[in-house]
Design a protein around this ligand. Structure first.
Ligand SMILES: Cc1cc2nc3c(=O)[nH]c(=O)nc-3n(C[C@H](O)[C@H](O)[C@H](O)COP(=O)(O)O)c2cc1C
Length: 327
């Protein structure tokens, strides 16, 4: 069981580069439930003392346990990175062996490690020996449909010392398209003794339960469905652990959570960076509301936060007022 490793919940927020940053993590954690995972940290950039990577990796001021994800392909650098990340507050370490992005794969890291299980094994066993932290590995179904090796890869992770694994039911060549294959997650679960977290296409508490029942996985990891819906993690947690039915989130609550998200962005990045960053969040939070496209087109042209906050108030309040007319 994943709880035997000290995790409070069977639900994990997925690592998402540029998204599960400190503002998002703080917000998701404040809404309760779920385990928090960082965006990936490039270990070669950490070694160069790149200030941006250092900042991404520093979770010391977060009052909840954070799993920090490392990406890289050099065994020696992993040893240094694991030590450094522990100093920077990581509660658990994860190794990214699933990222499909060309720049990462060309660097012999991410999902390229699924084509090089010997190197992957050396990385896992070396990190495990050198760090007292719990270690997980996140990977995919395989490289492509002709090279599906998640089961053997999972067994290799277990033998090399990983404490648990997360399987995304797509191949590298799928990127994010098509439907995630939950059968491969079930096959992995049946093949190893360490806890398995299933990942891919969970978009509601009900679908999380369905995945657990279908695959017998020990937990679920949720990515894209939490964009513009950070409350989803706690809803899934409450549904799975306390059978609490999810309640619809009102338009006013959505607005207030978006405003909190933007304030977190400002306090972390400063106004100048936070304004362009806020645009994608505004798009996600209003995706199911009326005239969302028109509002987005208006919001992206706004150049100061006073106007941005006013526009959000006006738009969401109008949606709330007009809600009755939609029925
Ligand atoms: C924008 C974006 C960034 C991502 N960044 C990472 C990352 O840094 N590390 C990682 O292991 N996976 C990353 N992923 C993959 C997700 O963690 C997850 O495996 C994938 O989205 C499938 O889960 P979902 O169907 O719940 O979204 C990213 C996905 C997206 C959409």
């Amino acid at each position: 069981m994943i709880q035997d490793l000290g995790f409070q919940s069977p639900v994990f927020l997925a690592p998402m580069a540029g998204i599960t940053d400190k503002p998002m993590r703080r917000l998701v954690a404040s809404l309760g439930g779920g385990n928090i995972v960082s965006e990936m940290v490039a270990i070669n950039a950490l070694q160069r003392k790149n200030p941006k990577s250092f900042r991404i990796a520093d979770v010391r001021d977060e009052p909840y346990p954070v799993t920090v994800q490392m990406v890289g392909g050099d065994v020696e650098l992993f040893i240094e990175a694991a030590e450094f990340l522990q100093e920077l507050g990581a509660a658990t370490l994860d190794i990214n062996m699933g990222c499909p992005v060309k720049k990462i794969v060309n660097n012999h890291s991410g999902s390229d490690l699924m084509r090089n299980p010997e190197l992957a094994s050396r990385i896992i066993s070396t990190v495990k020996k050198s760090s007292p932290l719990k270690l997980s590995v996140k990977f995919r179904k395989g490289w492509d449909n002709n090279h599906v090796n998640a089961v053997e890869f999972a067994q290799m992770c277990e033998e090399s010392g990983a404490d648990f694994i997360t399987v995304h039911g797509r191949t590298r060549s799928d990127f994010y398209s098509g439907t995630a294959d939950w059968d491969i997650i079930a096959a992995v679960k049946a093949a190893v003794k360490i806890p398995v977290i299933g990942n891919g296409d969970i978009n509601s508490p009900q679908s999380a339960k369905k995945m657990l029942e279908y695959t017998h996985a020990d937990g679920v990891m949720v990515g894209r469905a939490a964009l513009g819906a950070p409350w989803l993690i706690s809803q899934i947690h409450n549904y799975l652990t306390a059978k609490e039915e999810p309640q619809p989130v009102s338009i006013t609550d959505t607005k207030n959570i978006l405003l909190r998200h933007i304030k977190e962005l400002i306090s972390y990045y400063g106004e100048k960076l936070a304004l362009p960053l806020s645009r994608k969040y505004v798009c996600w939070y209003c995706k199911n509301l009326r005239d969302a496209r028109k509002f987005r087109e208006h919001y992206v042209r706004i150049d100061n936060f006073a106007a941005a906050f006013q526009a959000i108030e006006d738009y969401f309040n109008a949606c709330e007022m007009l809600k009755g007319e939609d029925k």
